[in-house]
Design a protein around this ligand. Sequence first.
Ligand code: DX5
Ligand code: ZN
Length: 220
Amino acid sequence: MFSPLIAPSILSADFARLGEEVDAVLNAGADIIHFDVMDNHYVQNLSFGPMICSALRKYGVTADIDVHLMVSPVDDLIERFADAGASMISFHPEASLHVDRSLALVKDKGCKVGLALNPATPLSVLDHVLHKLDYVLVMSVNPGFGGQTFIEHSIEKIKALKSRIDKAGLNVRIEVDGGVKLDNVKAVRQAGADMFVAGSAIFNTENYQHTIKEFKRLIS
Ligand code: DX5
Ligand code: ZN
């Protein structure tokens, strides 16, 4: 059983004070830092590139950086984010012409590897690669923006994924991303998730310490 991890998404952070914001959530008890990388091609929004990862490493961030690539193609940015200090890299299977090769590239670059599944993407995309993954990122919103509403059928999908991982005897984490809040995180945890991305639910609150403590209480 994996220990539950809180992964604040910097998409909702104050970018004018990004280093301080990352320090603040880590000091408040966050476990890893989630990067929502968007390219205005695979998704409509445009966020940030590898230089932000390098800058935070140079600034002194030592926590794991969990890069969620909502980009297409993926291979070049896999290499650049790995070189910039990423610890974990996930991408959407629809965004790579050769998923198995892109997965191998993440591993070859020394990062943990995950596949990010959109709400309409079936678990069957994992059929030939689940055993190669360190984690699966279940999108509980459609990718592109923070602050959206949690898609309720994600709970059933997480349960089905957890059952599949357990039946196969695999050590694969389940990360959930999108609309995760204090009022639904317990159900998400009970469904089988163990990594929780939260952007607006953390960065839009006054007291990160209190918010993250509450998240940890609910998922422990
Ligand atoms: C969607 C993004 C968001 C973000 C989380 O593309 O991946 O899910 O990280 O945003 P909140 O926690 O504000 O829904
Ligand atoms: Zn994300």
